[in-house]
Design a protein around this ligand. Sequence first.
Ligand code: IMP
Ligand code: MG
Length: 173
Amino acid sequence: MKRSDLDVLIDAATLQKRIAELGVEISRDYADRDLALIGILKGSFVFLSDLSRALSVECTIDFLGLSSYGHRTTTSGVVQITSDLTAPIEGRDVLVVEDIIDTGLTMRYLLENLATRKPRSIKVCTLLHKPARTQVAVPIDYTGFTIEDHFVIGYGLDYADRFRNVPYIGRKR
Ligand code: IMP
Ligand code: MG
């Protein structure tokens, strides 16, 4: 696949405009909180980078690496942590930052895992949501864009681990 095989679904300016809005909303909600942003690797690194700079509140930033190896073909939702957080989240106000919520299986696993670490609160912010593919409902507190059932690429999302650096959300033609 080449970059020229992508149609633009959400362009860079539209992404930035929506992220600015999310930043205002999250900054308002976390004004008196102890915000711990947790980006899910690898896909969320571009979104987290822009979202964190759209916030006017202080926060820490940490990452959790997940491998969803095998889960696309099963309904088990078995996900492996490939790289753990570097600091405890006990007593903190966690905001999980994801690139996309598709079946919801990854997020369900993640929320169960993070809850055992006793944060004060946990909320979810996803750039994209594909409701047509939901297998398990997970609470989503902040959504950038709700999209149709397309496989999307770019702005952190990959196709065979490539095209994460494409600056817009594209769709394979
Ligand atoms: P879920 O467990 O099915 O919700 O899958 C979530 C993960 O699958 C995301 O974090 C992505 O890594 C990957 N994924 C789901 N849909 C897409 C897509 O359209 N493009 C790229 N990756 C996707
Ligand atoms: Mg991902």
